[in-house]
Design a protein around this ligand. Structure first.
Ligand code: PLZ
Length: 452
């Protein structure tokens, strides 16, 4: 691997020196300049976690315009599983750019779209016959999954769960649980969306998975009725809501009930999909086979692409012309997706996610033993979190969480928070990060906790 030292002019990708390097305060002067321009030009509603001006990224680092090199523990929110500017992706996208950039698949089709659909049908759980349709964003794919389920079942109601996150469009805002910042003042929301209680082992008072599922099913039967319910949608591990892993048995019981009652079970694997959790899809950990599965983020190495994959009879129910979009399944994004999937396969990244997971869980559990403010350590593979609490009461401690995140940012670590109560620190490193950088990043978090 070539080690390149000057940041502002280098390309990204794995050629970047893999180190944390601070040459100015964060933000440095050039980043600050961009932040000033941003404040004057970009709508205030578009926030940011870390005020830097990115010029390159790759492996496990992000480099800013001032020459600082930050450890990436966020992957742009679980997107760059294969790393930034992954070589196969760069090559495939460059070739596609030279061939053609756009025709609109629903006007004049091309092979890349079909090849991605074939790959998704093969990789997603279940050996039944499947079909896929491609879109641009996670929210757009979720919307389409619901459209398809309603068309197939000829029913209207949809159940989402406490702590759910499904997007920022009108229907998906309604499916999303948390008000601030996602929904506040943005209503009215779409009708026929209902919310059921989740299994949240850390805050559930000892309910096991089957009991938590029974609680949700009772609510659904009493308040909605299976005869009105088109679909249940759930993230197999809640992402934005706090990296909540439901108790074992919760998801299988919901799938069983949905199957028995003519309700389409939709797994939103936008954040959990594509090797992230140490399996191709998080549904596999619980042995469930969703009727429909929604993917995005990790699917295309950073290019915008999303997909709905499901049972052929469900997916084929919408009339020809009923699904689509100008850019949906763009040839460039499809080229990126095929190269991304090949990279997960060839570079053994499902296994790598497991290894990253054992480093994370091991170190964080050790921290927890010495620090009662860490109420819970949870997650699977390279999707792990700590929940910070007041040790005396167990109450969520968002202030501490923000302090630790701020400390990490100032020390050159990109660290994300999440959770309905804003008290969860989540770890979503690119699967291309080295153990050294990962451990160094965790060390900064530990120091942040100590100083807070
Ligand atoms: N479903 C499970 O995690 C996106 C949100 C970032 P889009 N999560 C990151 C933000 O603050 O906007 C997400 C998700 C799950 C759907 C989505 C939506 O995916 O590609 O952001 O539309």
């Amino acid at each position: 691997m070539t080690l390149v030292d000057t940041p502002a002019t280098t390309t990204g990708g794995p050629a970047l020196t893999q180190e944390r390097r601070l040459v100015t305060a964060i933000p440095g002067p050039r980043s600050q300049e961009l932040m000033n321009r941003k404040a004057a030009a970009v709508a205030a509603g578009v926030g940011h976690t870390l005020p830097i001006s990115v010029v390159a990224a790759g492996g496990g680092v992000v480099v800013d315009a001032d020459g600082n090199s930050l450890i990436d523990l966020g992957s742009g929110i679980a997107v760059t599983g294969v790393g930034n500017s992954a070589p196969r992706v760069v090559e495939a996208v460059s070739a596609q750019l030279g061939a053609f950039t756009h025709t609109c698949f629903t006007v004049s089709p091309y092979e890349g779209y079909v090849a991605v659909a074939e790959k998704l049908n093969e990789l997603t759980p279940g050996d039944h016959e499947k079909r896929s349709a491609l879109f641009n964003s996670g929210a757009e794919a979720v919307e389409n999954a619901i459209k398809i389920a309603r068309h197939y079942t000829k029913k209207q109601a949809v159940v989402a769960f406490d702590h759910a996150y499904h997007g920022r469009t009108n229907l998906t805002m309604g499916l999303t649980a948390k008000n601030i910042p996602y929904k506040n003042g943005f209503g009215p929301f779409a009708p026929e969306v209902y919310r059921a209680p989740l299994s949240y082992p850390f805050r559930d008072g000892g309910l096991d998975g089957r009991e938590a599922a029974a609680r949700a099913i009772t609510m659904i039967e009493k308040q909605i009725g299976a005869e009105n319910l088109a679909a249940i949608i759930i993230e197999p591990i809640q992402g934005e809501g706090g990296f909540i892993v439901p108790a074992a048995g919760f998801l299988p019981a919901l799938v069983e009930w949905a199957t028995a009652n003519g309700v389409v079970f939709i797994a939103d694997e936008v954040q959990t999909g594509f090797a992230r959790t140490g399996a191709w899809f998080a549904s596999e950990h619980e042995g469930i086979v969703p009727d429909v599965i929604v993917t995005a983020k990790g699917i295309a190495g950073g290019l915008p692409l999303s997909a709905v994959t499901g049972r052929a009879e469900i997916m084929d129910s919408a009339m020809a012309g009923g699904l689509g979009g100008t850019y949906a399944g763009s040839p460039i994004a499809c080229a990126a997706a095929l190269a991304t999937i090949e990279t997960y396969e060839q570079d053994g990244l499902v296994e790598r996610a497991k290894e990253i997971g054992s480093v994370l869980i091991g170190r964080l559990n050790a921290l927890r033993t010495a620090d009662p403010r860490i109420g819970d350590v949870r997650g699977r593979g390279a999707m792990v979190a700590i929940e910070l609490v007041d040790p005396a009461t167990g109450a969520p401690d968002a202030a501490l969480t923000n302090k630790v995140a701020k400390f990490a940012h100032e020390q050159g670590v990109i660290l994300l928070t999440c959770g309905t109560y804003g008290n969860v620190i989540r770890f979503l490193p690119p699967l291309t990060i080295s153990d050294e950088l990962l451990v160094e990043g965790l060390g900064v978090v530990a120091e942040g906790l100590k100083q807070a």
